[in-house]
Design a protein around this ligand. Sequence first.
Ligand code: KG4
Ligand code: ZN
Length: 358
Amino acid sequence: MLVLGIESSCDETAAAIVNDKREILGECVLTQLEHKTYGGVVPEIAARCHLEHIDDILEETFKRAGIRPCEIDAVAAAAGPGLIGGVVIGVMAAKALALALDKPFIAVNHLEGHALCARLSDDVAYPYLLLLVSGGHCQILIVKGVGEFERLGTTIDDAAGEAFDKVAKMLGLGYPGGPMIEKMAELGDEDRFVLPRPLWNSGDCNLSFSGLKTAVRKIIESYSPDNNIEHAILRKRDVADICAGFQLAATESLIHKLKSAIAVFRTRYPQGKDLVVSGGVAANTYLRRKLQQLAETEGLKFAAPPIRFCTDNGVMIAWAGMERALKGMYDNLDFKPRPRWPLDADAPKAAGAGGVKA
Ligand code: KG4
Ligand code: ZN
């Protein structure tokens, strides 16, 4: 079986074709560089870029795969959550192809794409414990099967990736911030600046990054003659030490809450063996190393998608589409794209133009 997947929910226009033997036949990703000047994704610009490039991306994906459109068995697209202007473009392209080729359409939850991606690259069995850390989301979930999620914890404010991006912006490191923070942190002393670990003693699996971000801001302000972050005079060494301290605090917060989540997972699903990380922040090698250690200590098997499939891509959507197709979970062509679409809620009850609150 062959499934085409399309991703357009944020700033990557991407497509891929996978088969049911877990092989990637062809893929293509275009990361929109237009947003760099703004220090974040501008929804209107993103939507225009998706529209401009989607046809070329699809053509290139078929070319790389050496597959003719009529040979695919189903067309999947990320139908939310995300920036709705972009989501609509990917979904419309997928529906048009499905209609023209007379193939089924599959509406994939973007987060399910991240969540199931590790099953393409590793032997990960349901149920597994998942840390999903991206630019828009930060959740700890038990993945019981396709479309079956149990959320154990979530951030109460910023997502992990968002915190990396905001700290990078304060330090003038550009967008997206995660990779730059990681690079600078390698040069830094992680113990020089002691930063808070919010919600450490909350006794649940929830996370918070807002206080950590504010603590970083205060440090940067202290390097300014008038307490204005814009006027801060930081040496490269200071920036590296702040990045290292921030990365340590963020990672330790995630590990600490995962420990509680592992205890819950063990009690509820003693047969579960895997700890998985996914989403853009999962590209962080420091975090991956610490999670690997945690898994070893806890007697679990650690899995993470290859780094290039942690950030948004077409492969994860094609693979989630494949898992759905194998179960005959197809969608109608009148499926409405959803700006909000919580993973642990099945289908929103009234997915109107404004979507449903997560
Ligand atoms: O999954 P993703 O591509 O988009 C969303 O669905 O949000 O995640 C993007 C996020 C950005 O916040 C980016 O800074 C972060 O992933 N990220 C990283 C790294 N690479 C990307 N964060 C930390 N370390 C990295 N190496
Ligand atoms: Zn994503």
